[in-house]
Ligand binder design. Structure first.
Ligand code: SF4
Length: 520
């Protein structure tokens, strides 16, 4: 059997990335949480089960970045029969004496991402699942037996260099940055037995016509519609990339590949759907281009659900009619519900209510408006989106460099003004990501949480539980009596017990946080 000899190139990712988290892209965030005492086998079965396999054992779906690497290799002379994209559990079937290179894509290989840093330190329980699974992957027995070159890329590959673990993990080459111009050459050298560079840092953004279209579907039906951003927030990596829109015909080609490959759900991967096709230097949206894009994707045969990954807030205020028109399309092919009603959602950055910090670190985020208008823009855009049944998932950053108590109080005031809107809030510690302007600054840690920062953290989760608890529980507990018991008795009691436990482990503020959430 060919597999026993091994494929020339095997592409894979860790178990937390080679899963659709039971069809929920937002739940995939919990890969950044510590696993605590829960055994890995249980998590692999119940939280992040493997993606489906094709009849030949290859992965039916894979992370989008890995699909791009596959497409680059196929465009540059490698044959389908040379390359296998597989789940890490299946490496033994595909790695053999003929295997010359293993390509691994990773978003968070050592648990240094925003979610990992925040929630594994707050909840406790040790290393994030992302880090554990990545280590398990690079330690795989067949890799050690046949010793192909191990090449790691992806959004989180920088972490291996920052933590200086590449050698210990047996990684031969780390690619940091966009891979389009370098990937094929590195794999060709690896296959030919030539030396490959230990680290490649790609600073330049490639042109959109250099990005080949994917040949097989990605996890969550991801299809990239634009790359980079241009708003220049100083804590953010995409700001270092040139903003490029993928031409509509290439997007539709990938949507068709995805739908034909068995995924009826499409995630539009972008830093900002609302700015697709916009050329205006003041970031005024191009309504016609956005509406055409969304309608065209929704009309591809086989597509049943469309979900944008990210949107920003200022364009909502700049052109509410655009949001209304695309929400009507997206509600018809919705992915999520709230209280039994179809809703649209997308990730967006609120970050802070402090005008001072906005002016200092994110002066482009609210364009075409001014920094002092930011709190008003956030409230207005939430109102406009909620009116269209669009409930944003909003990130807030705790501990930006030089943040003082007045800044946190300004964010708390903003949260007070957002009280009546529907959204999901994700407070995160500031992390100095590689290649962002603030990369040399100190990240925020659990012990830097003063009372105001704890208040903000607690307020976000109080809102989340108030807004989402019933929807979450009803989806899982159809019996109304059990639902009432869980809501009114089990959760408050469990909250009390967890609060007492965490008071000893993490202090009084943690107990206060758990109690507030349990009784929200
Ligand atoms: S708007 Fe978002 S994607 Fe753009 S630079 Fe700011 S944080 Fe990054």
């Amino acid at each position: 059997m060919l597999q026993r000899q091994g494929k020339k190139i095997v592409l894979t990712a860790s178990a937390t990335e080679m899963s659709d988290f039971l069809n929920n892209p937002f739940v995939a965030f919990v890969g950044g949480f510590a696993k605590g005492p829960v055994p890995l086998w249980f998590l692999r079965r119940s939280l992040y089960p493997p993606v489906e396999r094709n009849s030949d054992g290859k992965a039916k779906y894979a992370p989008y970045g890995l699909r791009k690497v596959e497409a680059i290799l196929l465009k540059n002379g490698f044959k389908e029969s040379d390359v296998a994209v597989v789940h890490p559990q299946d490496l033994d079937n595909f790695v053999g004496p003929n295997t010359k290179a293993i390509g691994i894509s990773s978003m968070d290989p050592t648990g240094m991402g925003y979610v990992s840093k925040t929630y594994s330190s707050i909840v406790g329980g040790g290393e994030p699942m992302n880090a554990i699974e990545f280590r398990q992957l690079v330690k795989n027995q067949s890799i050690h037996t046949y010793k192909p070159k191990v090449i790691v890329g992806g959004f989180g590959s920088w972490q291996l260099e920052r933590k200086k673990v590449a050698d210990r993990y047996g990684v031969d080459s780390v690619i940091i940055g966009e891979g389009e111009e370098v990937v094929a050459d590195i794999f060709r050298k690896a296959v030919n037995g030539e030396e490959i560079p230990r680290v490649v840092r790609v600073q330049k953004s490639c042109e959109e016509n250099e990005v080949p279209t994917i040949r097989h579907p990605a996890v969550h039906g991801c299809v990239e519609i634009s790359r980079g951003c241009g708003r220049n927030c100083q804590f953010c990596t995409p700001t270092m990339q040139k903003k490029r829109d993928i031409p509509l015909e290439r997007i539709l080609e990938e949507v068709k590949t995805t739908a034909d490959g068995g995924s009826s759900r499409i995630t539009l991967v972008t830093e900002d759907l609302f700015l697709y096709g916009a050329k205006n230097p003041r970031f005024i949206p191009n309504k016609e281009a956005v509406v055409k894009l969304v309608k065209s994707v929704a009309n591809v045969p086989g597509v049943k659900a469309v979900q944008p990954s990210h949107t920003s807030l200022a364009p909502v205020v700049a052109d509410p009619s655009m949001v209304k028109e695309i929400a009507q399309v997206l509600i018809e092919c919705n992915w999520y519900y709230h209280g039994g009603k179809a809703i649209v959602t997308s990730e967006t950055g609120v970050e802070t209510g402090s005008v001072r910090l906005m002016r200092k670190y994110m002066v482009g985020k609210m364009l075409p408006y001014k920094p002092e208008q930011w709190p008003e823009i956030v409230c207005q855009s939430f109102g406009i989106m909620n009116d269209c049944d669009w409930y944003p998932l909003a990130t807030l950053i705790i501990g930006l460099p030089e943040e003082v108590e007045e800044d946190v109080n300004a964010t708390l005031e903003l949260m007070d003004n957002l009280h009546d809107y529907n959204a999901f809030y994700v407070p995160l510690f500031f992390v100095p990501l590689e290649n962002c302007i603030l990369m040399d600054k100190k990240g925020a840690e659990l012990d830097s949480l003063n009372k105001a920062r704890w208040d903000l953290f607690i307020r976000c989760w109080e809102y989340n539980i108030r807004i989402w608890r019933d929807t979450f529980l009803k989806h899982r507990i159809p019996n109304p009596w059990i639902f009432k018991f869980v809501k009114r008795v089990a959760i408050p009691y469990a909250g009390t017990a967890a609060g007492i436990y965490y008071r000893f482990k993490r202090g009084e503020q943690m107990q206060r946080a758990i109690w507030k959430m349990a009784t929200a």
